[in-house]
Write a protein that binds this ligand. Structure first.
Ligand code: ADP
Ligand code: ADP
Length: 227
């Protein structure tokens, strides 16, 4: 089973009297164990595609299957539960909580799930070691560089061991050397043998060129579907 499957997916938004078709019939299969990028001009539908994969949005028509689950008909409650266990999100501006330390930020999803602080702490620290921040676990975001903050955010995305990681412009706020380190880490996460799928939206063509597969969107369609 592919990690992500889209079949004839259409997503329309209503803007006053007008209907905007953000996705105009997308067919797509993404296998696990890959690092995939989505590129294309502004307004092409990249964010909409990522949001549908992550259960942040549902299709107007067509089917979206993630990890074998048809999430298109899920209620908001079902989607929230699905996201918690199947998807890790990584953002351009990191979205860390400024008053919490690095390990506390990584542990937040576990604490929201009601897990004991001590177990969550051990797992959070192990993940911070994995992303190269063993010596930063007690630091707060303001005491970290941009690259380090993004590594904390990536560790947080991994804490529930989700099969899919979705990253929206993860290097967009980093200089190229630091961004390159983050791309190495995302590559490593996809290729680590756990069959995890990493999908990244990017404006940076050189970042996209380092991924296993580049999907190009234009006017709500994939230009190179299933290449
Ligand atoms: P990209 O990420 O490639 O810039 P988006 O997926 O954000 O593209 O948007 C695709 C199209 O859908 C654009 O025309 C955008 O204006 C429109 N759109 C996206 N989200 C909404 C929304 N919530 N309401 C109305 N129109 C939207
Ligand atoms: P930054 O600290 O600049 O935000 P990262 O923490 O993302 O960068 O690190 C990116 C990569 O560059 C890592 O592999 C890190 O070990 C390496 N690195 C960071 N600072 C230096 C340095 N001063 N000299 C050499 N390599 C470095």
């Amino acid at each position: 089973d592919p990690a992500v499957r889209f079949h004839e997916v259409v997503r329309e938004y209503r803007l006053g009297e007008e209907i905007v078709r953000a996705l105009d019939g997308v067919d797509l299969d993404l296998a696990g164990g890959q690092f995939v990028s989505i590129v294309g001009p502004s307004g092409a539908g990249k964010s909409t595609l990522l949001h549908l994969m992550g259960g942040l949005d549902t299709p107007t028509s067509g089917t979206v299957t993630v990890g074998g689950q048809d999430i298109g008909a899920y209620s908001d409650t079902q989607l929230a539960e699905f996201r918690r266990h199947h998807i890790g999100f990584v953002f351009q501006f990191f979205n860390l909580l400024p008053t919490l330390t690095a390990w506390e930020n990584v542990a937040v999803p576990r604490l929201l799930d009601g897990q004991a602080l001590s177990t969550a702490r051990d797992d959070a620290i192990a993940l911070l070691q994995r992303v190269g921040l063993a010596d930063r676990v007690e630091h707060r975001p303001a005491e970290l560089s941009g690259g380090q903050m993004q590594r904390v955010a990536i560790a947080r995305a991994l804490i529930n061991d989700p099969p899919v990681i979705l990253a929206d412009e993860p290097t967009g706020n980093l200089d190229s050397r630091t961004g390159s380190g983050v791309l190495d880490l995302l590559t490593d996460i996809a290729h680590s043998g756990t069959n995890r799928l990493v999908v990244m939206v990017t404006h940076d063509r050189s970042a996209a060129d380092r991924t296993d597969r580049v999907l190009t969107m234009r006017d709500g369609r994939l230009e190179n579907a299933d290449g």
